[in-house]
Design a protein around this ligand. Structure first.
Ligand code: SAH
Length: 265
């Protein structure tokens, strides 16, 4: 079944849910607070629901759009075309550093396809030193995971890894009715501010990734058990962490201490 919006048939494989609620759109644009002269990048502009109000505030905006037809529409848009740099690319593979070299730190935003939101965030984290901030529409549950702290129900791998790179804050709650077609779940916009200096001392991000993934794969177990393939109980204690705790009780600092105790290979 196809859904038409502004003469465009939404493509499911591109995760297309177009924003149409003007009140919500204004809230999001206010949260982003775009200013002229900033290096703005929108991912997945689609039919321009966010692009248009942002372009009213600034002279220049980069947009990364995978869908050929939508990219073409934007290039021929009567008033947007002069302001837009339309990059017809897969954002998951796009080298964002090429934009920062020309114009300063990036301010990235978008109403993302939900099926690619987590890999895309990790792709963007690899450019974190060149990013000023990011605002993304995500499933509300993913926003809760990004912002969760030790002890919260949704605290997990995504919380720890994202918080190593960024400070995460929810900024706008968005109901399904704000979109066409409406998604099945609630959404929210999250603000991600990359840390200027790493929040914890870490020898290797891969080691952190390994510890966090292994610990949360068996989140009901104590870390003495869930991490037994990586660290002995003595090594865990020597890192200053109580081996009878579960992953959900450990802070980013705790995970970093454990990661730094891993023998390097
Ligand atoms: N921002 C618009 C459109 C949201 S739909 C709005 O709020 O209404 C998501 C958009 O992301 C679509 O335009 C879709 O074509 C685009 N998209 C999907 N996968 C993408 C990818 N890998 N890289 C860049 N854009 C992508």
């Amino acid at each position: 079944m196809s859904q038409k919006h502004l003469g465009h048939t939404a493509r499911k494989r591109f995760g297309q849910n177009f924003l149409h609620d003007q009140y919500v759109i204004n809230q999001i644009v206010n949260a982003i607070h775009p200013l002229n002269g900033e290096n703005l990048v929108e991912i997945g502009p689609g039919l321009g629901a966010l692009t248009e109000p942002v372009a009213e505030l600034v002279e220049h905006l980069n947009v990364v759009e995978l869908d050929r037809d939508l990219a073409k529409r934007l290039r021929h848009h009567p008033f947007l075309n002069a302001k837009l740099n339309v990059l017809e690319h897969d954002a998951l593979k796009f080298d964002f550093s090429q934009l920062s070299e020309e114009e300063g730190d990036l301010r990235i935003f978008g109403n993302l396809p939900y099926n690619i939101s987590t890999p895309l965030m990790f792709h963007l984290f690899s450019f974190h030193s060149k990013i000023k901030d990011m605002h993304f529409m995500l499933q509300n549950e993913v926003v809760k995971r990004l912002c969760a702290v030790a002890g919260d129900k949704l605290y997990g791998r995504l919380s720890v890894m994202a918080q190593y790179y960024c400070k995460a804050t929810p900024v706008v709650f968005v109901p399904p009715s704000a979109f066409n077609p409406p998604p099945k779940v609630d959404s929210a916009v999250v603000r991600l501010l990359p840390h200027k200096a790493p929040p914890v001392k870490l020898d290797s991000v891969d080691a952190l990734q390994k510890i966090v993934t292994t610990a949360f794969n068996q989140r009901r177990k104590t870390i003495r058990n869930s991490l037994s393939s990586l660290l002995t109980e003595t090594q865990i204690s020597e890192a200053g962490i109580e081996p009878s705790l579960r992953a959900e009780a450990l802070t980013l600092q705790d995970f970093a201490n454990l990661a730094n105790s891993l023998p390097s290979d």
